[in-house]
Each structure stands twice: as C-alpha cells, then as structure tokens.
Design a binder for this molecule. Structure first.
Ligand SMILES: Nc1nc2c(ncn2[C@@H]2O[C@H](COP(=O)(O)OP(=O)(O)OP(=O)(O)O)[C@@H](O)[C@H]2O)c(=O)[nH]1
Ligand SMILES: [Mg+2]
Length: 199
C-alpha cells in the first residue's frame, strides 16, 4: 500500500464538528472555529501563527508560556468566511498537563513537527494519539512538517509524514514560517475540510 494518494477525509459530510460545544458556529456563511496548535517546543508553532495572522517572521521567537491566543478570518472562494480562534500552546514539557484545556472542545487540531528533528516527529505522533483518545471525536486534524526551508538538514522524509497522516485520517502539509511557503494553504485546506452546517 502506497502513501501517495490523497488523504482520506473522515469528516466529509458530517456536521457535528462545528457546533457551539466543540468550538464552532453554525452560521452557514460565517463559520467560527476553535483551532489548537500542538507540538514539541521549538518546532515553530508560534511562528506559523505569526506568519498567518500578521504576515511576519520572528527569528528570535521566544518560547510560549502556557498558551497564547490570536484570531484570523479568511474568505473562501464560495464567499464563506472562516474565523479561526487560535490557541497556540506551549511545547515545553512542563506545560504538557495544560494541553487538554486547549484541545478539549477544539474543532481543529494542527499538530506540528520540525522536518529536521525526528524527536519532534515522535512527539507529534504522541499528540495525535492524545487527540484520538481525548479530543472531540469529529475533530479535523492536520499534520504539519515545518521548517521546510531547511532542506539540507532534513531528517524526516516527506513520505513518513504523508504515510502517518494517511493512516490517521489527517491532512498533511509541509510549511515554512520563515519563507511563508504553504502557510496560507494550510489554513485554507483546513477551512475546506470543515463540516458545514446545513442551510
Ligand atoms: N528556518 C526556520 N526556522 C523557523 C521556522 N519556524 C520557526 N523557526 C524558528 O524556530 C524557533 C522556534 O520557533 P517558535 O515558533 O517559537 O517555536 P514553538 O513551537 O512556538 O515553541 P514553544 O513555544 O516552546 O512550544 C525560532 O528560532 C524560529 O525563528 C521555519 O519555518 N524555518
Ligand atoms: Mg510558541
């Protein structure tokens, strides 16, 4: 079995992923979703959010303490708007116990690793399992291999990310917060995969 085919979308046609209980809103044209970012410290979660929300990159980004909150609204081609309410969690081990506060009730989880760090890929798999056990059953999950600009230092092959995501019904993408590569695409693809409330 190859892993090059498109990632199955287990949420297609299901409506429960976007309601008041799990961080969503039911207005057909103006969706509001709670999104949580999880992943090892230093993989670039805060930089991904900063790039998406402010179009900036901070090479001296400080470790996140607890979690930080930002929001950003995007418009899709069908004129739907999606407001992402983003919880950027702290990846340092000392904050791990806080994570459920942020991923519980989230409609979307973005699990990030660093393509130059196999340890961070292992940690990403830990978060996916946590979400499968304790997250909302219809959560939309994305697996993100960040720092794709550091190609010469790559230690996690693209295929490993693709395969793991496919096996776990996740959307997969490699990004660079530094160059902005695939950052908007990440959020647009998530938006397309959100279950839509009925008219
Ligand atoms: N080359 C490169 N460096 C990046 C990229 N994204 C983030 N970084 C750098 O990686 C370091 C950590 O980035 P952060 O966004 O603070 O990491 P984090 O995942 O939020 O870490 P915690 O808050 O501790 O969980 C910083 O020095 C960033 O400048 C990227 O796409 N490419
Ligand atoms: Mg951070």
């Amino acid at each position: 079995m190859g892993c090059s085919s498109s990632v199955p979308d287990k949420n297609t046609g299901r409506m429960e992923g976007l309601n008041a209980e799990n961080g969503g809103s039911n207005d057909v044209n103006n969706l509001k979703v709670k999104l949580v970012l999880l992943g090892d410290s230093g993989v670039g979660k805060s930089c991904i959010v900063l790039r998406f929300v402010r179009g900036q990159f901070d090479p001296t980004s400080k470790v996140t303490v607890g979690a930080s909150f930002l929001s950003q609204t995007i418009a899709l081609q069908d004129s739907t708007t999606v407001k992402f309410e983003i919880w950027d969690t702290a990846g340092q081990e000392r904050y791990a116990a806080l994570a459920p506060l942020y991923y519980r009730g989230a409609a979307v989880a973005v699990v990030v690793y660093d393509i130059t760090s196999p340890e961070s890929f292992t940690k990403a798999q830990y978060w996916v399992k946590e979400l499968q056990k304790h997250g909302s059953p219809d959560i939309v999950m994305a697996l993100v291999g960040n720092k794709a600009d550091l190609l010469e230092k790559r230690e996690v092959p693209v295929q490993d990310g693709t395969c793991y995501a496919e096996k776990n019904g996740m959307f997969f993408i490699e990004t660079s917060a530094k160059t902005a590569d695939n950052i908007n695409q990440l959020f647009e693809e998530i938006a397309k995969r959100l279950p839509r409330p009925s008219q």
